[in-house]
Write a protein that binds this ligand. Structure first.
Ligand code: SF4
Ligand code: SF4
Length: 452
């Protein structure tokens, strides 16, 4: 069940206005238009919502948006988030103008940040220099090494794009631009977590990574409808194992050096803080999306007619953000959770995940369970002892990275136990199986190959 169905802009914005002190809007100045044709993209189909449009935000609207967005924030910092489609298709001048408008309209003492998500294929030295000068934070989309990235990320002619994205990463490094990598996890790369992670860490040399699951609905509308998914989607179990696979490498050698978004979320929640990412927060509704013509939607994942809040040329932005309909969109995330989630031991960090993926049933037949539940549950349970260790370090004003020394000692102890275990002993790893049927299999295989 989607969180709420918004009937019309007029109904939606009537009633008490209760805007949050800060909110976030993903702006799509070129709408759904992109130079690539990634097979799993959820946004390309949105082009059909605006037949005949040029899909270009004009300067007057850009300034109006800038003014209203800044005025609506009751905090001293504001982040402009650029997305698409592909935002760089607007050309560099558009972004130069945008920075000018930000400077013109910001309040004294206000800090303005820019974050831009790109496929990277159109970047050159001019773009990179501009990003560096204006301290843009860039999100670069890359799904791993060439054979995994090019599985689905192709251009309009079906040609691979990996080489161009690698060139973009080199350009960003060359100009000292801050960037993170956004990797989608899908049927092609999900079985290769460590290969993907090592590639991003060692070849792309990024310190910031996000792993976003592809859950692609199989329907004609492109909206969040139906309960079938396309075969490119990651399964819940695969996603959980993917995260666990990367975590096992990270926790032994990269804590404090490489930042993986969902690991940060887990540590925040385990140490008693809010998860800090809308999909794992109890409620949402403060991360909206705006189309090239000023249409505002409840969320980037709900750019569809039933979630249209109105247009900023007709209704003040702050009124739409604080409208009862939008507040309900956010609180429904908490209020529609099935009992299965309410009773779950990792609810404090998962909170049922994003409503867009809540389309399966619980084991006892209640609707509204997240498609990714099994993966989230496996991952958040798997990391509990590590998170508890790191939380303890934090509470004692020590570095969470101390966990790496602890893991090294523990691995050494387990290796010693393995070396002493007999075939029929319980496996020292604690699986409950006999050693010969568990970690002893590797020893048997190597002694067999040694005999050949
Ligand atoms: S619907 Fe999902 S992605 Fe959108 S704001 Fe809510 S939790 Fe975040
Ligand atoms: S792990 Fe599953 S049951 Fe637990 S809160 Fe998340 S979605 Fe609900």
């Amino acid at each position: 069940m989607p969180p709420v169905t918004l009937q019309s802009p007029s109904k939606l914005t009537s009633g008490v206005i209760a805007p949050p002190p800060a909110f976030h809007i993903m702006l799509k100045p070129r709408g759904a238009i992109c130079n690539l044709d990634c097979h799993y993209c959820y946004f390309l189909s949105k082009e059909a919502m605006y037949p005949g449009s040029k899909f270009r935000m004009d300067e007057a609207l850009l300034e109006e948006y800038t003014k209203q967005y800044i005025a609506g924030q009751r905090v001293p910092e504001v982040t402009f988030a650029w997305q698409g489609g592909e935002p760089t298709l607007m050309g560099l001048e558009f972004f130069q103008k945008s920075v000018e408008f930000q400077q013109k309209h910001k309040r004294p003492g206000m800090r303005v940040e820019n974050a831009l998500q790109t496929n990277g294929t159109l970047l050159d030295d001019d773009w990179a220099a501009f990003f560096a000068q204006n301290d843009f934070l860039i999100g670069l989309s890359m799904d791993g090494p060439q054979h995994l990235h090019d599985a689905y990320r192709v251009d309009k002619g079906g040609a691979p794009t990996w080489e161009k994205v690698m060139r973009a990463a080199r350009l960003l490094h060359k100009h000292g631009v801050r960037f993170n990598i956004l990797t989608t996890v899908h049927a092609a790369n999900a079985p290769h977590p460590v290969e993907v992670y090592r590639f991003l860490r060692d070849e792309v040399k990024t310190e910031f990574m996000q792993f976003i699951p592809i859950v692609e609905r199989d329907n004609e509308t492109g909206y969040q409808e139906g309960d079938d998914v396309k075969e490119r989607s990651v399964t819940a179990e695969q996603y959980g194992q993917f995260l666990i696979g990367i975590f096992e490498e990270w926790v032994r050698r990269d804590v404090g050096k490489v930042y993986v978004q969902i690991f940060d979320v887990a540590l925040a929640a385990y140490s008693g803080n809010r998860p800090g990412l809308c999909i794992f927060e109890e409620t949402c509704g403060s991360a909206l999306a705006m189309e090239h013509n000023g249409d505002l939607f409840s969320c980037d994942h709900y750019v569809e007619p039933n979630y249209l809040l109105g247009n900023i040329q007709e209704i003040p932005l702050i009124e739409m953000v604080g409208s009862p309909g939008q507040r309900k969109f956010g609180t429904d995330k908490r209020d529609t959770l099935p009992q299965y989630c309410l009773d779950c031991e990792v609810k404090f960090v998962c909170n049922g995940g994003c409503p867009k993926n809540r389309f399966i049933e619980t084991p006892d037949g209640q609707p509204g369970l997240n498609y990714l539940c099994a993966g989230y549950r496996a991952f958040f349970n798997h990391v509990r002892p590590h998170m508890n260790f790191m939380t303890n370090e934090l509470h004692n004003r020590r570095a969470p990275a101390n966990i790496m020394g602890f893991m090294a000692q523990q691995d050494k102890r387990v290796q010693e136990l393995f070396s002493r275990a007999n075939r029929n002993d319980p496996c020292p790893c604690g699986s409950g199986r006999k050693f010969k049927q568990c970690h002893g299999q590797a020893r048997q295989a190597s002694s067999r190959s040694g005999r050949k």
